[in-house]
Write a protein that binds this ligand. Structure first.
Ligand code: F6R
Length: 608
């Protein structure tokens, strides 16, 4: 998804911008550009399609300037080419703009400008902003941007510079994140704090409807009526090396291997053996309010939705609260009825997913209480929720989500324990629950220690063009997640099903060319899954089973098996997803795919 970086300061502007854009690569992009403003004021724009390295090669050695803005574009309006890449300038090249989001009324605005003689150089929605700022300029860049914002409908995070005001960047936000990085005699602006972490740990987050005026010495935050807003500087505690690869071939591999630690961080300080309960600090709900919760609704997209599906089963089975997960993209337009004593949870790694954010807003508009479960601190969903729980997974850079998924499950365990202990769950059972959770780190370490077994299995399967992923009960969403992971990074067509459903249709696909990945936990549905495996084998379907250690029967039926350690039955979704993450990773590696940046995908999907 698009990314923004802006810089005012004493360093080499081009270098800071390019470095920042590189840090944003993980979000997904198809072209990139920068605009450097020379100390005399002139604006110099360089854009390239493809990787940041293409842009880097095109930027003049030693390009200097008073300030500059940069952008990575993920095409929404207009094809991928240099003219559509940002920054966009006005006709006289006096104003330069980078924009994240979508201007919904751009056609109408464009037609108006064209009628006045403006010639457009791109087919983007964003270019109108540059022309409108130029047209509206009377006495300051800040005033010109503000007047323009009143004309725009849609979402934006923008950064604007002008040859008329060297050394100043104006930023504004509505629906697309923007953060100010505060330094000594230098200031940064970015859509994502990772872009500036190499230079500063002090950040100020803009809210929707806010603007900022930045010079190297100071920043001023304002509302759209020119009133100054005092904002708090927050300290970012993510280490830069946390977002580098640390010797792993890919971020995805690194993030899979980080899971014992990231799960530990999700539990840290939240499990209490004195009370045999879980304590979550940020919910902003009294004990009485929590006890009054009669149903839980989870809203999320993609991998987070799969975590939500499992979470709802856990909440229902462990805490006995009726719970249901729904795709956030569907909730928004369904005109949902908010039942009394319902608690909504918006689950999102990035905290910026438009579908989930808009669903959250719609639910809140209708009076719902919505908690956020996010990884990115200070993200929009985290800030707009009534309360919430952070995942503390650390930055997730690979486009395919792995460690955030297991941290989401971890937080659902905590919520289940918390609610269960407020109701029927005994101290004894609470303690058993806690010790089952505390065994997870070593169980996952054990699985990761045998990653090479999965690599060998992946070698045998990566040439297939289609695969089915089958699971039941709590492992059904794990099958969905396994299929999603495989298709997004290896481009192998994969479908996840409840193992029980195959006889209702998908079994027609099974033959020697379509293998199945089957999840077989040792819960009460195990025997039924074994029957489903036999149905697959009877049709010459090859099987890679993920089963529980010691299950000889599965070994006899399946062509390949990976065993996870024996655990409490509710823990299997967490354990069984790890071999599937590794399986998709190694299949993609075998096929030579760009694992961390799969085609057409973006890390943070900030458009509907
Ligand atoms: C899959 C993946 C996506 C995200 C989805 C929601 O690996 O990463 O399916 O899970 O776009 O993103 P968040 O969790 O940031 O709301």
């Amino acid at each position: 998804m698009c990314g923004i970086v802006g810089y005012c300061g004493y360093r080499r502007t081009a270098q800071v911008l390019l470095e920042g854009l590189k840090r944003l690569e993980y979000r997904g992009y198809d072209s990139a550009g920068i605009c450097i403003q020379s100390t005399a004021g002139a604006l110099d724009v360089v854009k390239r399609t493809g990787k940041i390295s293409n842009l880097q090669n095109a930027v003049q050695e030693g390009a200097e300037g008073a300030c500059g803005i940069g952008h990575t574009r993920w095409a929404t309006h207009g094809e991928v080419n240099e003219s559509n890449a940002h920054p966009h300038n006005d006709a006289a090249d006096e104003f330069s703009v980078v924009h994240n989001g979508i201007i919904e009324n751009y056609l109408q605005l464009k037609q108006g400008l064209e009628a006045e003689g403006t010639v457009f150089r791109s087919t983007t929605d964003s270019e109108v902003i540059a022309h409108l700022v130029a047209k509206n300029y009377r006495d300051s860049l800040e005033q010109a941007v503000r007047d323009t914002l009143f004309l725009l409908k849609g979402t934006y995070g923008i950064a604007v510079i002008s040859s008329r005001e060297p050394g100043r960047i104006i930023g504004a936000r509505n629906g697309s994140p923007l953060v100010i990085g505060v330094g000594d005699n230098e200031m940064f602006l970015a859509s994502d704090v990772t872009a500036v972490l190499a230079y500063t740990r002090q950040a100020v987050y803009l809210n929707d409807g806010e603007m900022v005026s930045i010079t190297d010495k100071e920043f001023t935050t304002l509302d759209l009526h020119d009133r100054i807003i005092q904002k708090q500087i927050e300290l970012i505690d993510w280490e830069l090396e946390q977002i580098e690869r640390q010797g792993y071939k890919h971020f995805m591999e690194k993030e899979i291997h980080e899971q014992p630690e990231s799960i530990y961080r999700a539990f840290q300080g939240r499990l209490n053996t004195e009370t045999a309960a879980a304590h979550l600090g940020g919910l902003n709900m009294t004990l009485q309010e929590l006890r009054q919760v009669e149903r839980i609704r989870v809203i999320a997209a993609g991998t987070s939705y799969h975590a939500g599906m499992i979470g709802c089963t856990l909440l229902e089975q462990i805490a006995r609260i009726p719970s249901y997960a729904e795709l956030s993209s569907e909730v928004r337009y369904r005109n949902p009825v908010i039942e009394p004593n319902s608690l909504y949870i918006a689950v999102s790694q990035s905290g910026e997913t438009a579908d989930t954010l808009y669903a959250l807003r719609e639910l809140k508009r209708k009076g719902a209480k919505v908690l956020g479960m996010c990884n990115v601190v200070g993200s929009t969903i985290a800030r707009e929720s009534d309360g919430g729980v952070y995942l503390h997974s650390g930055p997730e850079i690979a486009v395919a989500s792995t460690k955030a998924f297991t941290s989401q499950l971890s937080v659902f365990y905590l919520l289940s324990l918390m609610f269960a202990r407020m109701k029927h769950c005994s101290m004894e059972d609470g303690l058993k629950f806690i010790s089952a959770l505390q065994e997870v780190y070593d169980q996952i370490r054990d699985i990761l220690g045998r990653a090479s077994d999965i690599r060998d299995i992946a070698k045998k399967y990566s040439h297939y063009r289609h695969m089915l992923f089958l699971g039941r009960g709590k492992t059904f969403p794990v099958a969905l997640e396994g299929a999603l992971k495989l298709k997004e990074i290896s481009y192998i067509h994969a479908e996840g099903y409840s193992a029980a459903e195959i006889k209702h249709g998908p079994i027609a696909l099974i033959d020697e060319h379509t293998p199945s990945v089957v999840l077989v936990p040792d819960d009460f549905l195990r025997d039924k899954v074994i029957s489903n495996m036999k149905e697959v084998k009877a049709r010459k379907g090859k099987i890679f089973a993920v089963a529980v250690e010691g299950d000889r029967e599965v070994q006899d039926i399946a062509d390949d098996v990976f065993f996870v350690p024996k655990a409490w039955e509710h823990i299997y979704p967490l354990l069984m997803v790890v071999p599937l993450q590794l399986f998709s990773y190694y299949c993609a590696l075998e096929l030579g795919c760009d694992v961390d940046r799969p085609r057409n995908l973006a890390k943070s999907v900030t458009v509907e």
